[in-house]
Design a protein around this ligand. Sequence first.
Ligand code: G
Ligand code: G
Ligand code: MN
Ligand code: NA
Length: 254
Amino acid sequence: VKLEVGLRRALQNNELYLQYQPQIDVRSAQVVGVEALVRWRHPEYGIIAPNDFIPLAEETGLIVPIGEWVLRTACLQARAWHQQCRRAVRVAVNLSARQFKDENLAQTVLSVLNDTQLDPRLLELELTEGTLMDDALATLATLEALRAIGIYLSIDDFGTGYSSMNYLKRFDVRALKIDKSFISGLPQDSENAAITRAIIAMAHGLKMAVVAEGVETEQQLTLLEQYGCDMAQGYLLGRPQSQDAIAQMLAGPL
Ligand code: G
Ligand code: G
Ligand code: MN
Ligand code: NA
């Protein structure tokens, strides 16, 4: 209850902030995007990770205003990087099921893009399999409304949920993000290697790109390159970090 009261005030008191984790193109090694990850700087408890307050935000419905703040802040930042560094970098925002079901979602995305003047192609929304499959027919309509805006859609934590292949082929999304649990055992774990290769083959067959998450070692990156994985994200390539650190990275040599 105490945390809930605090969370209500967190937005107006400016206690939430974003960190950004780089996503690189495997072949060129260039930063092509960043994922925005929210944190809460609590006045008493210090930094609170999203796993410890997003569920509460979902239960209370606070995820809707918090999610809109995340979206707006991330878009403003992507626009600022674009101007400062003259590098187009896509910003990915995680969307909760509750936000995806909000009938105003497409309108909110449109008005944030309009207010921030960010190119829609530079905004990525990450949805989980659970969010998409919950009401797959309604999902098709929402995805179409978002696709029409021209944003980049991806499926997060892919492989951990229950996807119907029948719907997957009808969901017009641009990328699958392979969950880090499949990447962490590579290259030794032959079962996870088989799953990773199969996801990459399936995604490419469906004309989707693939992002490997949780890449921590050079051997993993080399293997993923051999498998034809398009993009990678993980501690090897950069931790979640401040906007200034990302700006420095973008200002560096190409
Ligand atoms: O940054 P970290 O690895 O602690 O993130 C943990 C989880 O919190 C991830 O599953 C991530 O998707 C989720 N998360 C982080 N930021 C946001 C956000 O802005 N909105 C939502 N809905 N989830 C987020
Ligand atoms: O569920 P989602 O993919 O949105 O969450 C990303 C989470 O994974 C964040 O909490 C982020 O801090 C974490 N993360 C990012 N890179 C790595 C990594 O290389 N290893 C591990 N263990 N976690 C990572
Ligand atoms: Mn994510
Ligand atoms: Na993920």
